[in-house]
Design a protein around this ligand. Structure first.
Ligand code: 9MR
Length: 372
């Protein structure tokens, strides 16, 4: 921040003729997508209101700052494919059009996930039905958005914390080959789309081991996988920068690209030491668990800024291995972290506050570019 401030002072000193214009220039040029244009896409997850262009302030900010989008909920199975023979494409179509109109890199999130599944999927128990449903789901959706969706989270959160495979309905019915099947179907439906495995806690060594095995298994079978998505639901201290770096290197060593797909940093107490994003974990609210209901104290604001600075410094260092860094939301007010793992708290995990104003964390990230 000191550096940003110095740059600002220098810019004032440098203006001679048209002062107003010169002073404005650095401010107008500030934008995440411009700052990191040589490094990676900078994305945001967007909700149905924003996709439908009902939230004009959010849309304005999105266009200014970001060059990639992820649909927070609207392409998940329960929303896009609510009954075996019925698809609901209205919002997803608008999402794809928004990306196209604004020249943004569009992610499809997500094809195969145990959570937010349509009810009928949870009762499937035979191989034939599961195969038909999976084929219909993946082929229909990926073909529809061929050339419009640039990358897919093909399989989401298939791993347990110890690196073994989660007993999802897909696993129970088809065994581990459901993963290969999903990637194969996606590749057949759009050979140009980038195909990703996406999960949380992918910096934890045991889980990282599981993800490395998963990627290698696909590669050994000759199945296309282009990237690993490290979600990045992180805290002020955990995971350590060393574990984040080890993980970027471990995935990149496999010959796939890394994306940071769902970045946010919680500043609220977490007495259960929960990490990641297991949405089934929920707890009761109480005052001591919601210490900043009105405003975030400066001391914590600065800690958050420093943490974002350090993390982005690492991302820039490894920008040859990283395709995209996506935040899970636009501003603090619409973050899922206000409701997880306790409903109704006030969290501050993103770069923009509830009024869409950039926070210190935003400046700390942009200062990296002038530091280089
Ligand atoms: O942000 C999403 C939230 O609005 C939903 O209620 C929740 C339900 O599962 O999913 C959230 O997004 C998740 C994402 O799709 C996958 N990784 C974890 C994210 C946070 O839970």
């Amino acid at each position: 921040m000191v550096v940003t401030f110095l740059v600002f002072l220098l810019s004032l000193g440098g203006c001679t003729e048209n002062k107003t214009d010169d002073i404005k220039k650095p401010e107008q040029a500030r934008s995440l997508k411009r700052a990191f244009a040589d490094d990676f896409y900078v994305g945001a997850a967007i909700n149905a209101r924003l996709i439908s262009e009902e939230d004009s302030l959010a849309l304005q900010l999105l266009r200014k700052e970001f060059n990639s989008i992820s649909p927070e909920n609207d392409m998940k199975w329960e929303n896009i494919h609510p009954a075996p023979d019925s698809f609901y494409f209205d919002i997803a179509d608008r999402y794809a059009a928004l990306a196209e109109d604004n020249n943004m890199f569009a992610l499809g999130h997500t094809l195969v996930w145990h959570s937010q599944l349509a009810d009928y999927m949870n009762t499937v128990s035979d191989t034939a039905t599961m195969n038909v449903y999976l084929e219909n789901h993946i082929s229909t959706i990926v073909q529809r958005y061929k050339g419009k969706i640039d990358a897919w989270d093909v399989v989401n959160e298939a791993l347990n914390e110890d690196g073994t495979l989660r007993e999802s309905v897909f696993f129970k019915v088809l065994g581990e080959k459901y993963i290969a099947k999903a990637f194969k179907l996606a590749a057949q439906s759009d050979s140009d789309a980038k195909l990703l495995y996406n999960d949380y806690n992918l910096c934890v060594p045991e889980k990282r081991g599981g993800a490395v095995r998963l990627v290698k298994t696909l590669q050994n079978e000759g199945i296309k996988i282009d990237g690993v998505g490290m979600q990045g639901h992180w805290g002020l201290k955990e995971p350590s920068l060393a574990e984040i770096e080890n993980s970027i290197l471990a995935y990149s060593d496999l010959g796939v690209k890394v994306s940071i797909t769902e970045l946010d940093i919680t500043v609220l107490p977490n007495p259960w030491d929960l990490e990641g994003a297991e949405v089934g974990q929920n707890f009761e609210n109480e005052d001591r668990m919601n210490p900043y209901p009105d405003v975030l104290p400066d001391s914590v604001q600065l800690q958050l800024a420093q943490r974002y600075h350090d993390i982005f410094q690492l991302f820039v260092k490894h920008s040859d291995k990283i395709d995209r860094v996506t935040f899970w939301g636009i501003n603090d007010g619409n973050s899922w972290l206000n409701n997880w793992p306790i409903r109704g708290r006030t969290n501050y995990p993103l770069l923009f506050d509830r009024k869409f104003h950039p926070k210190e964390a935003y400046d700390s990230i942009l200062s990296l570019i002038s530091e280089n």
